[in-house]
Design a binder for this molecule. Structure first.
Ligand code: AHR
Length: 503
C-alpha cells in the first residue's frame, strides 16, 4: 500500500550553517588501506610517488573534505618519527592494534602529498596510548612551526620547507575502549588530554582540538565518560568525538533501517552532557561534535563464529582486514546516517566517514587490478556535491513502524539544504515493504521551481552489491519527482534513498 506523507520546506526552519568538514573521511594504517590500496607503486595507474591515480580520481569524486589520519587504534602505538626521513632507513614495526607489520613507507610527508593531489585537508591524531604530551608537542612542532628548531630543521631536510599547517588535532583515539593500547579511565584520560591540549596551544594557539568521547553509545561508561572528560578539558578543546558503526543483526532488516535513530539520540545525549558541563561553569561556550568515525561495519560475528586467534610468528603486511561488501540496504541506512548528521549541523561541525579505501570502505581495489565504487559511495558523493550552505529542518508526517530498540519510528526521514544557488532535499524510505509518496509544500521557495537533478538508490534485490566482476551492478538512477502547484511530489520505493536538486 502507498501512504501519502507530508511536510513543508521553509528556509525559516533553519538548523544551522553546514561546516564542510562534515564530509570528512578517515584513513588508518590498517589492512590494505594504505599499502595495496591508495599506495601501490607497481600498479599500472601509479604516479611517480607510487599512488594509484584511479583511486585518487575516485576519492576526488567522493568529495571528502578533511581526512583524519593515521588512526584509529593504530595511532595508540604509533611513533610518528618512524614515518619521516629517508624511506630506506625507516624501521619495520609491529602494529599491535591490527596484529600487522608496518613498513612505514608512507608517513606524514607522503600522506600529505597524497592529500594535496586529492584536494583535502589533513586532520592529525596524536598517540596518547603508549605516548604522551612531549611526543604530541614534538609532532606539532615538526608539522606546524614556521621557526627554525632542531625538529623543523629535520622537516626541511626531509623535503618540506613550508609547515604542513594542520588545523585539527585529535587527542588520542577511543581511550574509553578496553581494546585501546593505553586505555585509561575518564579521570586519567581527562587530565592527560587537558595537559596535552594546554601544552599544544602554547606552541600554536590557533589549533582546533578534539577530545575523545565514547567509542559508541553502547559503552558502559557512555555519558559519565563525556561528563568527566569535559569537566577536565572544557576550556582546552573545541570538539568532543563520537564514533558509531551499524550493522544488520540476525537478519532483522527493518530494525537495521532504524539505525539513524540511534545516531540522532547519541548526538542529542552528547550535546546535553556538554551543555550541562557548560551550565555548571556558567559558560556560553558550545562544545562542538566531531563525529569522526561513522559507517556500516559488520563488526559482530554471528553467534558461534569466532575470530581466529593471532599467531606470534605471523604479523602480515597489508592483509585483507575489514573488507566489507556493501549492498543496497547498507547504502540506504548509510544515506540516512548522512541525513542525521546534517539534521544536527548546528553541533556536528566535523565528521569522518570510516574509512575510505578497502577497509570498511566506499572504494575497493584489487592489487594490480581495478578500483570500483561500493553502494555506499553514491549517497556520500551525491550529498557532498549537492548539500548547500545551510541545513533546514523537514518536519515530516509519515506512517511509523515499531522498532524493538526505539519504539515508534517515522518511515520517512529527511533534511533540506538551501543557499543562493538552489535547494537540495535528501530523503530515505525506511519501510522494508511499502513504497511511499511524500508531498512537500515548497511555496516558501517561490514560484518557477523545477527539479534539476534527482537520484534514487533502490533495487528489487536489497542485497545487491558491486564487485570486481560486476562493478556497476548498483548505481543511482533518476527518482520520480515532480513539482506542480507549489507541491513537490516524490515517489519512493521501499528501502530507498533519494536526493533532489531544485532550482
Ligand atoms: O575504523 C576501524 C576501527 O574502529 C578504528 O581503528 C577504531 O578507532 C574503531 O574502533
Amino acid at each position: 500500500m502507498t501512504d501519502i506523507a507530508r511536510t513543508h520546506l521553509d528556509p525559516r526552519f533553519a538548523i544551522g550553517d553546514i561546516d564542510r568538514r562534515i564530509f570528512g573521511g578517515f584513513v588508518e594504517h590498517l589492512g590494505r588501506h594504505i599499502y595495496d590500496g591508495i599506495y601501490e607503486p607497481g600498479h599500472p595507474s601509479a604516479d611517480a610517488d607510487g599512488f594509484r591515480t584511479d583511486v585518487i580520481e575516485l576519492v576526488q569524486e567522493l568529495g571528502v573534505t578533511t581526512i583524519r589520519y593515521p588512526g584509529g587504534n593504530f595511532v595508540s602505538g604509533y611513533r610518528w618519527e618512524d614515518g619521516v626521513g629517508p624511506v630506506s632507513e625507516r624501521p619495520r614495526r609491529l602494529d599491535l592494534a591490527w596484529h600487522s607489520t608496518e613498513t612505514n613507507e608512507v608517513g606524514l610527508h607522503e600522506f600529505s602529498s597524497w592529500l594535496e593531489k586529492i584536494g583535502s585537508d589533513l586532520m592529525l591524531a596524536v598517540n596518547l596510548g603508549t605516548r604522551g604530551t612531549q611526543e604530541a608537542l614534538d609532532l606539532l612542532e615538526y608539522a606546524n612551526l614556521p621557526v627554525q628548531t632542531a625538529l623543523t630543521d629535520q622537516r626541511v631536510a626531509n623535503g618540506r620547507a613550508e609547515p604542513f599547517g594542520v588545523q585539527m588535532w585529535c587527542l588520542g583515539n577511543e581511550m574509553d575502549g578496553f581494546w585501546q593500547l593505553g586505555h585509561r579511565n575518564a579521570e586519567d584520560y581527562g587530565k592527560l588530554a587537558s595537559r596535552t591540549a594546554k601544552a599544544m596551544r602554547m606552541l600554536d594557539p590557533e589549533l582546533q582540538l578534539v577530545v575523545c568521547g565514547s567509542s559508541s553509545r553502547a559503552m558502559p561508561t557512555f555519558g559519565s565518560w563525556e561528563r568527566t572528560v569535559l569537566e577536565h578539558t572544557f576550556a582546552d578543546v573545541d570538539f568532543i568525538s563520537c564514533h558509531a558503526y551499524y550493522q544488520e543483526h540476525d537478519g532483522k532488516a527493518q530494525e537495521f533501517l532504524a539505525s539513524a535513530v540511534d545516531m540522532s539520540r547519541f548526538i542529542d545525549s552528547v550535546v546535553a552532557t556538554a551543555d550541562h558541563v557548560a551550565a555548571m561553569r556558567d559558560s556560553t561556550k558550545r562544545m562542538m561534535i566531531s563525529f569522526d568515525e561513522w559507517n556500516i561495519w559488520y563488526l559482530h560475528l554471528p553467534e558461534g563464529v569466532e575470530a581466529p586467534a593471532p599467531q606470534l610468528d605471523d604479523w602480515p603486511l597489508a592483509s585483507r582486514l575489514l573488507e566489507e561488501k556493501y549492498h543496497v540496504l547498507d547504502a540506504v541506512v548509510f544515506g540516512d546516517l548522512l541525513i542525521t548528521l546534517l539534521q544536527h549541523a548546528d553541533r556536528v561541525r566535523s565528521a569522518s566517514l570510516a574509512q575510505l579505501v578497502n577497509v570498511i570502505a566506499p572504494i575497493m581495489t584489487e592489487p594490480g587490478g581495478g578500483a570500483w565504487r561500493q553502494t555506499t559511495f553514491f549517497p556520500f558523493s551525491i550529498t557532498s556535491r549537492l548539500a548547500g550552505r545551510h541545513a533546514v529542518r523537514l518536519a515530516i508526517e509519515s506512517p511509523t513502524f515499531t522498532s524493538e530498540r526505539f519504539g515508534e519510528v517515522g518511515t520517512i526521514n529527511g533534511v533540506a539544504t538551501v543557499d543562493d544557488d538552489g535547494t537540495s532535499v535528501f530523503l530515505v524510505n525506511r519501510s522494508l515493504s511499502d513504497p511511499q509518496v511524500l508531498e512537500i509544500d515548497v511555496t516558501a521557495l517561490g514560484s518557477g521551481l523545477s527539479v534539476r537533478e534527482s537520484h534514487l538508490i533502490a533495487d528489487d534485490d536489497i542485497y545487491a552489491a558491486n564487485t570486481l566482476e560486476d562493478p556497476e551492478r548498483v548505481a543511482p538512477r533518476p527518482a520520480e519527482a515532480t513539482i506542480a502547484d507549489g507541491v513537490l511530489r516524490v515517489t519512493m520505493p521501499a528501502v530507498s534513498w533519494v536526493a533532489l536538486r531544485l532550482g
